[in-house]
Design a protein around this ligand. Structure first.
Ligand SMILES: NC(=O)c1ccc[n+]([C@@H]2O[C@H](COP(=O)([O-])OP(=O)(O)OC[C@H]3O[C@@H](n4cnc5c(N)ncnc54)[C@H](OP(=O)(O)O)[C@@H]3O)[C@@H](O)[C@H]2O)c1
Length: 295
């Protein structure tokens, strides 16, 4: 029997890459990219600019997907703050277009939102808590969630936490940056007052594939530990046996950035755990993946 066609937007991204690696066993995977390449064999790459809604419709016409996981995004909050119109086009308008296309064909859709739909003053956050974004990126993700729900009640919305991943070609990610800095014996500045329930991209990808069988739900896909960025740095330093003196603690208010920062967007993800989401312990993931990160 032929495999179902799964369209993954953002297949050249950190999460999309991990997702493609897991999905290709069960699905005929088509992966979209924009400025970078899809680096997973057996995935059919498709160049697509999400800012152009016509291109999205053409992509659906060409692929005729039977399910869609939408991970593509203008994903850097500081860049969104500086380019709000670009964020609106990619994070909101493109998501609306994708939801409309999926609704018209009645195919499963999973949309990846963010823990940054919350202001970070009242963690841990549950799925039923009201959204309270404080940055442009969070505002557009929250608006996209609402639009997806209105357009297509069978769409699944997953709020993602901070994700740590390591793969060739993703040397600029948060994890790779911390590993390289510590290996080079350089100072690493990390906030002590910003908390997330981070998860690794492989666990997040397996949670997203589970979502295809959970139509119409809103779920949090957080990890099990609430950690500050500084504590994450300590875990990585332990794995690398690096000198902890290289880790420089800092308060977020002492390093102003374009986007306001939510202090604690820890997610409660019990609902997803009950449904079978089983994120790997972060330390075990780091021990397994950090040695393979190239300089
Ligand atoms: N990473 C995190 O810690 C985190 C936390 C919470 C939520 N999320 C959400 O999780 C999802 C995946 O994040 P990620 O970390 O994998 O993001 P990422 O590594 O930044 O990848 C973003 C993807 O979107 C694509 N993209 C960007 N602009 C595009 C455009 N104009 N047209 C078409 N594609 C475009 C990129 O393509 P090219 O690279 O080829 O240009 C890339 O494939 C996103 O929805 C993000 O908002 C991420």
């Amino acid at each position: 029997m032929p495999k179902e066609k799964l369209l993954i937007t953002g297949a050249s991204g950190l999460l999309g890459h991990a997702l493609c690696l897991q999905a290709e066993q069960a699905y005929d995977v088509y992966g979209t990219c924009f400025q970078n390449e899809v680096m997973v064999p057996y995935v059919t790459p498709i160049k697509l600019d999400l800012a152009d809604t016509k291109q999205i419709a053409q992509c659906f016409q060409k692929v005729q997907p039977q399910a869609v996981i939408h991970t593509a995004a203008f994903s850097k909050p500081n860049s969104c703050e500086q380019q709000p119109e670009k964020s609106r086009l990619i994070n909101l308008q493109a998501t609306v277009e994708i939801a409309q296309l999926c609704a018209a064909s009645k195919i499963p859709l999973v949309f990846t939102s963010s823990d940054l739909v919350f202001n970070g003053k009242d963690a841990p956050y549950y799925e039923d808590d009201p959204v309270s974004p404080i940055c442009v990126y969070g505002e557009h993700k929250a608006a996209a969630e609402e639009a997806v729900r209105e357009i297509y009640s069978k769409a699944t919305i997953y709020r993602m936490p901070l994700m740590l991943g390591a793969a060739p070609g993703f040397e600029s990610g948060f994890l790779a940056h911390m590993v390289r800095t510590l290996r080079n014996k350089e100072r690493l500045i990390l906030f002590t007052d910003e908390f997330r329930t981070a998860v690794d991209t492989e666990s997040a990808a397996s949670g997203l594939l589970m979502a295809l069988k959970q139509p119409g739900v809103l779920l949090h896909l957080g990890g099990r530990r609430r950690l500050s960025r500084f504590s994450m740095g300590c875990l990585i330093a332990d794995v690398l046996k690096a000198d902890h003196a290289l880790l420089k603690p800092m308060l977020a208010k002492d390093l102003p950035m374009p986007a306001p920062r939510s202090p604690d967007v820890s997610l409660s993800s019990e609902r997803a755990y009950v449904l079978g989401y089983a994120p790997e312990d972060l330390v075990s993931y780091l021990e397994r993946s950090v040695p393979g990160i190239v300089q």
